[in-house]
Design a protein around this ligand. Structure first.
Ligand code: IFM
Length: 443
């Protein structure tokens, strides 16, 4: 059960989920600050104001990554920390912070993979329409150029977006994430602008950071009808996969939107847009956590809706079904639909109830079992030819899990939010062994 030679083990985090440091050093407000301040939106009224205080404690966190054996660190840059109004005035102290991160990563012998957008849009740009305003493609390009000029000589790979599908569909259609819209047409418009911004950013990064690679990160959803409605709902699977996967990867790899969705996108697409999006990238980041069960929906914007997975699955604390086979299927989907591109798994993991023992240790055997199952799925995909080159668990630290707040813990490292004490869990030691041996132990 060995992984390929030179398999790239890493670790992923995101800015709003760990940094905190909200009022520090001139950072501007993001749509998540606003969303958290809106009563009833986030569990327990939690916010990312302090989070894991990574803004001040990053050296300790980078040390933990090194101890884990991570070779790559994927982190994200908080746009309003460097451009408080989204455009125009630059906050040098914000840029300095990311410079310290990149240098700290390199000093510890790791490689830096910054992601330019993990959902924390400057509120000032949301006030101008955010992702529904076509001008955002230029705003994002200017922001990208600023970051590339400052960090581009030390970055190994850029990630343009983390899960643009979630920004579009969950943020603009389902309203469960910032900016909290429930407008299906606006969501389609946002999706197109996210794609356009990606395509333009690729061009800028190629010019200003020519030695670095560029990719994007998509959560791949393989859909399944509920077993009892297999016959009735099987026809919904391709459309669901077009919505979640195809909308964001077909334009990049095939230069067009999925045929099933061209009509919905037509009013937002201008001549030349698809050519801009259809620029070659070096890898696709795949995030994958659970199988997506769907069922028919008679009166929504789409003919399907999410369904509760069958009861025979074990579940994580997010109520997500645990199924390493779904992970395998997602990787094989990317292989088949996009011509076997280089893939890095940029997120995978589970939230579990982690109880610290009297000695402070967290013996998270559920999480270890989860990773065992998913890493077996990964090995199967690789053995069947999927070009998967790396794996990053989500996440290094327990952190702010968006609308679910701090109650859902995904970390390999436990964070006591009162004291900010970090304690590596049993899963941290498990993953360290996997990385050190480049193999699944004990199989
Ligand atoms: O915490 C999130 C992350 O920000 C994006 N991908 C899924 C994770 C778990 O929900």
């Amino acid at each position: 059960m060995r992984f390929p030679e030179n398999f790239l083990w890493g670790v992923s985090t995101s800015s709003y989920q760990i940094e905190g440091g909200a009022p520090d050093d001139g950072r501007g407000r993001s749509i998540w600050d606003t969303y958290c301040a809106t009563p009833g939106k986030v569990a327990n009224g939690d916010t990312g104001e302090v989070a894991c205080d990574h803004y001040h404690r990053y050296p300790e966190d980078l040390d933990l990554m090194r101890e884990l054996g991570a070779k790559v660190y994927r982190f994200s840059i908080m746009w309003p920390r460097v451009l408080p109004e989204g455009v125009g005035r630059i906050n040098d102290k914000g840029l300095d912070f990311y410079e310290r991160i990149v240098d700290g990563v390199l000093e510890r012998g790791m490689r830096a993979w910054p992601c330019l957008y993990h959902w924390d849009l400057p509120q000032a740009l949301q006030d101008r329409g955010g992702w529904t305003n076509r001008d955002i493609a230029s705003w994002f390009t200017d922001y990208t150029a600023l970051i590339a000029r400052r960090l581009g000589d030390r970055v190994e790979n850029w990630v343009t977006f983390n899960e643009p599908s979630v920004s579009a569909w969950v943020g603009h259609e389902e309203g469960r994430h910032a900016p909290g819209l429930t407008d299906p047409r606006a969501a389609v418009r946002a999706a197109h602008h996210l794609n356009l911004a990606h395509g333009r950013a690729v061009a800028v990064l190629r010019e200003l950071s020519p030695r670095a690679g560029v990719g994007t990160v998509i959560p791949i959803h393989k859909a399944r009808p509920l077993p009892q409605f297999q016959e009735r709902d099987a026809h919904l699977v391709p459309l669901f996969e077009d919505k979640w996967n195809g909308v964001f990867l077909d334009p990049i790899y095939h230069g067009r939107y999925p045929a099933s969705l061209e009509a919905r996108f037509a009013e937002h697409v201008r001549d030349g847009d698809l050519a801009e999006i259809h620029r070659p990238i070096d890898f696709v980041g795949v995030n994958q956590y659970f199988p997506s069960y769907i069922q028919q929906c008679a009166n929504g914007a789409w003919p399907f809706q999410h369904a509760d997975p069958p009861l025979y699955f074990r579940r994580t604390e997010m109520n997500w079904a645990i199924d390493g086979h779904a992970f395998y299927e997602a990787l094989m989907f990317v292989k088949a639909r996009y011509g076997n591109p280089p893939v890095h798994v940029t997120e995978n993991g589970g939230a579990f109830i982690d109880v610290a023992g009297a000695d402070g240790r967290v013996d998270d055997q559920d999480r270890i079992a989860y990773y065992r199952e998913y890493l077996i799925g990964l090995q199967r995909a690789i053995s069947e030819g999927a070009d998967v080159r790396g794996f990053m668990p989500w996440s290094l630290l327990d952190n702010f899990e968006w609308a679910r707040g701090y109650a859902k813990r995904f970390g390999l490292v436990h964070v006591d939010y009162q004291t900010q004490k970090r304690t590596p869990k049993a899963s941290f030691h498990f993953m360290r062994k996997v990385i050190a041996e480049n193999a699944l132990p004990g199989i």
